[in-house]
Write a protein that binds this ligand. Structure first.
Ligand code: SF4
Ligand code: SF4
Length: 491
């Protein structure tokens, strides 16, 4: 590669321009040689409006990511995915395993949202907001540029023999990478077990938290492995999202695309040759300087078209725009565009029936989720007949059934609870008295239900019990009541 970003030749050619083998890129991976060995990607540091915008977006996202586990709303974490205790918090709202419908609907909404978003905007998520890209490109790689310099100096350092200076740079870089991986690993752990539990692991006797410390170490090593070594391979070989592109995007999706109509046929820039003369001999605006390739963190050439490896980081747009500025051509040879738009010379996003269909499903799911959330009760109650128990008959003839009561308080306040029999005339007794359910806790107890024989119209009857707190109805549960089977009571 020449030192200048723009390669020129002294003499205009006699007429021929470069013929490109468009299928050649399909035969090999940018990150592997002919023997399948990993080829390290040295990506030049991008500069330009998109890179600057992405930096600001990443500062915001990193702040949210690292502060998230410590922010409380109504005493609950902003986000908690406690799979161990099966407790989840979203924007300070706690969800329990009993909220399975909410979780299932949210997941459906999330997946449909991804489908709609990808169909319309391609991998915008990957380039701007995916934690892997944000951390890799905006944290780890920038530290690498800071310590080792841009690509020519990185290559030189790699080729240089081991010296005190090289060892110092490598140790500093990997030391910082390890420390950052520890921080990221602990942040992930805080999202899973909560920040209080994390502090306990850090400050308490280590012998009491061997499992927690083991996870801390595992997460740290995983993140170090990903960001220091594995890098773009995680997007190419592990993340399933890239592989879904072929099913989700079509020719109307907005992607980072090379305007081949304007760029081809590519040819080097020839000194003193005006562009109209260049176009007249069949050459396009692409001067084949490969700056777009040199900044690509996945090592691909976007001029070959949309590829699975492209994470839409926009680095090639910035690189090409700066080349176009230098040669006096309009920006946007590589830009956000749909493939159909490039063919037709259009720039706007076309709303296709497929996107409309996705949006309809998305709206319907959103509506159902909103309804479920609005009607979600503060207390979730279950009342089931005690396992293995039969009905009892007292000397005065009354029939009784024993039940196990479970109450989940989803609020952040303790709730005094009382139960009332709603559909039958009988006696309901909570063993040990009416309970007070502590905030965000589950309480379990026993309930005895008695009915006079003349109220028993069938051997099995439906019973509806209302759960009240200070006169306010919180939930209604339905259960069964069994009694003796005889002619009078049989259905
Ligand atoms: S697309 Fe732009 S940056 Fe890439 S080779 Fe052509 S002129 Fe250079
Ligand atoms: S092709 Fe462009 S947008 Fe895609 S990953 Fe490479 S530099 Fe980023």
């Amino acid at each position: 590669m020449s030192a200048s970003p723009i390669e020129t030749k002294d003499q205009p050619p006699s007429g021929s321009v470069k013929t490109v083998d468009w299928q050649d890129f399909r035969d090999h991976l940018a990150t592997a040689d002919q023997e399948g060995r990993r080829m390290w990607i040295f990506a030049r540091q991008p500069k330009g409006r998109y890179y600057t915008a992405r930096k600001w977006v990443s500062y915001l996202l990193l702040a949210i990511m690292f502060v998230g586990p410590f922010v409380r709303i109504n005493g609950n974490p902003l986000l908690l995915v406690n799979v161990v205790e099966r407790k989840f918090s979203v924007l300070g709202q706690m969800f329990w395993p009993q909220d399975g419908a909410v979780l299932a609907l949210s997941l459906l909404l999330f997946l449909t949202g991804i489908a709609v978003f990808t169909a319309a905007f391609g991998r915008l998520w990957c380039g701007w907001t995916c934690p892997q890209t944000v951390l890799m490109e905006m944290v780890f790689r920038r530290i690498e540029y800071w310590i080792e310099g841009d690509v020519p100096r990185q290559r030189a350092l790699r080729a240089a023999p081991w010296s005190a200076s090289k060892i110092a740079k490598k140790v500093t870089k990997h030391g910082i990478f390890l420390a950052l991986s520890f921080l990221i690993g602990n942040t992930l752990l805080a999202y899973i077990i909560g920040s209080d539990a994390l502090f306990k692991i850090i400050t308490d006797n280590p012998a009491k938290h061997l499992v927690g410390l083991a996870f801390m170490t595992i997460f740290t090593l995983i993140f170090y492995g990903i960001f220091a070594l594995f890098r773009e391979q995680a997007c190419t070989f592990i993340c399933p999202y890239g592989r879904l592109q072929s099913t989700l995007i079509d020719e109307n999706s907005i992607v980072v695309a090379y305007d081949h109509k304007r760029g081809e046929k590519r040819d080097h820039l020839h000194r003193r040759e005006p562009f109209d003369q260049r176009h007249a001999r069949g050459a396009g605006d692409c001067i084949d300087c490969r700056q777009c390739v040199s900044v690509c963190p996945t090592g691909i050439d976007i001029r070959n078209g949309t590829q699975m490896e492209c994470v839409h980081c926009t680095a090639c747009i910035d690189a090409c725009d700066s080349v176009m500025d230098k040669v006096g051509r309009p920006r946007g040879l590589i830009r956000y565009a749909s493939l159909d738009g490039i063919e037709k010379g259009e720039r706007r996003l076309r709303v296709t029936p497929r996107i409309l269909g996705y949006c309809t499903v998305l709206l319907a799911l959103g509506g159902i989720l909103a309804a479920v959330l609005l009607t979600r009760s503060d207390v979730d109650a279950t009342l089931l007949r005690a396992p293995g128990s039969l009905f009892q008959q007292s000397p005065d003839g009354k029939i009784s059934n024993l039940y196990i009561l479970k109450l989940v308080n989803k609020t952040v306040h303790d709730l005094p609870v009382e139960l009332k029999l709603e559909n039958l005339d009988g006696k309901l007794t909570v063993m040990g008295g009416n309970p007070t359910v502590p905030a965000q806790q589950l309480t379990q107890g026993s309930v005895l239900l008695e009915l006079a024989p003349d109220k028993l119209t069938a051997s099995t009857m439906d019973v509806v019990v209302g759960v009240y707190s200070q006169g306010r109805l919180l939930d209604r549960v339905k259960t069964g009541f069994v009694g003796p089977r005889n002619d009078a009571s049989s259905p």
